[in-house]
Write a protein of this length. Structure first.
Length: 445
């Protein structure tokens, strides 16, 4: 049966936008850049936040940001074009994840950046090893679980899109009419082109919206070029720039976080193949994605990069554009690596106002949410399914919005569940799916 599915997939992959499709560069470059613009600010924000929390500035901060870009690009290419069993052979975009942020902040605050990188190295090896056991644990992830995880991912990203549209967290003019006008203009352009344009104008609608939004933001004084003027022209990441240190108090929480993000990666890959190719992912794709999730994080730690994982907003972009070509994403990853090696290029991309990015990504986040709904409703929802989905969302979304509700719990529990609705929803869905017995045919009737 599995061989038949894979054979059918190969037969269907005839379009230049399918997984193995290779569009001409004049199409691949703008389509790839869409993915980079969608994830860029999120990718560099995490190391900036960590650096600010532990007092890293100047050249050391530049190293962290550069490493985040270069290693995210390399990890993405490995996902697209696997090395041995490492990689999904799918257009999975990788980057430093906000999912790790609470744990990273605590580890860095207690053990320094060296302790954080050491924990990332060991945690990544552990996370990569998990991918080899996907076949054994796949039964724990039926549609009721993966659909709930994907839906929670989408719902948890919606506030991020609104924050960006309003100007970005910490912005001096947060919520201003200027931010909203630019964001809504970008959103309107993307929607119009996607609905009524054809050819490249349709598939590149997000990039076109971002470019027009950026040009509108320039005369409105929303773009700051200081970082670009101060950036150097060329720089190569140095391995072990920050000497690693190893502490069990840092390693254990990081290992647990890799279990959590592995589940999120399974959800992302499921959403990608469902939304972009209308099929379930194969065991090989799931295994390769999780292995790459961990091992590229370990490689990244050597080059001063924080843990990498799949970016959900790019999954939403694939569902929106229906462009599944891994070649397109690999081309985009090449530009991400260039942005790291040529700091001025990276600094230019970083001048993109959050309102512009928010206007483009909010629709992407909505597509992830709808993909989760699509997975869950692909089969009739009986009373058992409604209970599992409902309670998973109640605790997943509810507790993540009221983290103080867990103040009486140990710190490690608060780290895992207090800030991540995805984590709670996943554990609830898995547990309830195992505990609540299947309904009989008579009860379903």
């Amino acid at each position: 049966m599995k061989e038949t599915v894979e054979a059918d997939t190969k037969v269907k992959n005839t379009s230049k936008y399918d997984v193995d499709g290779v569009p001409p560069l004049k199409e691949a470059i703008p389509l790839g850049l869409q993915h980079i613009f969608a994830m860029f600010l999120g990718n560099v924000a995490v190391p900036i936040i960590i650096a600010g929390a532990v007092g890293i500035t100047g050249a050391d901060l530049t190293i962290l940001i550069q490493s985040a870009m270069v290693m995210a690009g390399i990890a993405t290419i490995i996902q697209c074009y696997p090395i041995w069993m490492v990689g999904a052979r799918l257009p999975v975009v990788m980057g430093t994840s906000f999912g790790f942020l609470p744990t990273n902040l605590v580890i860095a605050g207690s053990y320094g950046i060296g302790g954080l990188l050491g924990a990332s190295l060991i945690g990544g090896l552990f996370g990569g090893a998990l991918g080899f056991f996907i076949k054994k644990v796949r039964r724990f992830f039926p549609k009721i679980v993966t659909g709930t995880v994907v839906l929670t991912i989408g719902l948890s990203l919606l506030p991020t899109g609104i924050v960006s549209m309003a100007g970005g967290s910490g912005s001096e003019n947060f919520g201003s009419a200027k931010n909203w006008l630019v964001a809504l203009l970008v959103l309107a352009i993307v929607l119009f082109l996607n609905r009524y344009a054809t050819g490249m104008a349709k598939t590149s609608s997000i990039l076109i919206g971002i470019i027009i939004g950026y040009l509108v933001a320039l005369p409105l004084g929303m773009v700051e070029f200081t970082a670009m003027r101060e950036a150097s022209w060329f720089s190569v990441p140095q391995p072990f720039y920050f000497p690693m240190e190893f502490y069990w108090g840092a390693i254990l929480p990081m290992m647990i976080m890799f279990i959590v993000t592995s589940v999120e990666t399974v959800g992302d890959v499921t959403a990608m193949t469902t939304g972009g190719a209308d099929r379930e992912p194969t065991e090989k794709e799931l295994s390769g994605s999780v292995i790459a999730n961990g091992f590229t994080s370990s490689l990244g730690a050597v080059f001063n990069s924080l843990p990498n994982t799949s970016f959900s907003q790019n999954v939403g972009m694939i569902a929106f554009t229906k462009v599944m070509s891994r070649y397109v994403v690999a081309v985009g990853a090449g530009f991400l690596i260039l942005a790291g090696l040529i700091p001025k290029m990276g600094a230019l991309i970083s001048t993109m106002p959050p309102a512009v990015i928010g206007g483009a990504t909010v629709i992407i986040f909505s597509q992830i949410t709808l993909t989760g709904i699509s997975i869950l409703t692909s089969e009739p929802l009986n009373e058992r399914a409604k209970i599992i989905i409902g309670l998973s969302l109640v605790f997943g979304i509810g507790l993540s919005q009221v983290p103080d509700a867990m103040n009486g719990f140990p710190e490690v529990i608060k780290l895992l569940f207090g800030g991540s609705g995805i984590t709670i929803a996943c554990f609830m869905a898995i547990a309830l799916n195992l505990i609540i017995p299947e309904e009989s045919a008579k009860e379903n009737a």
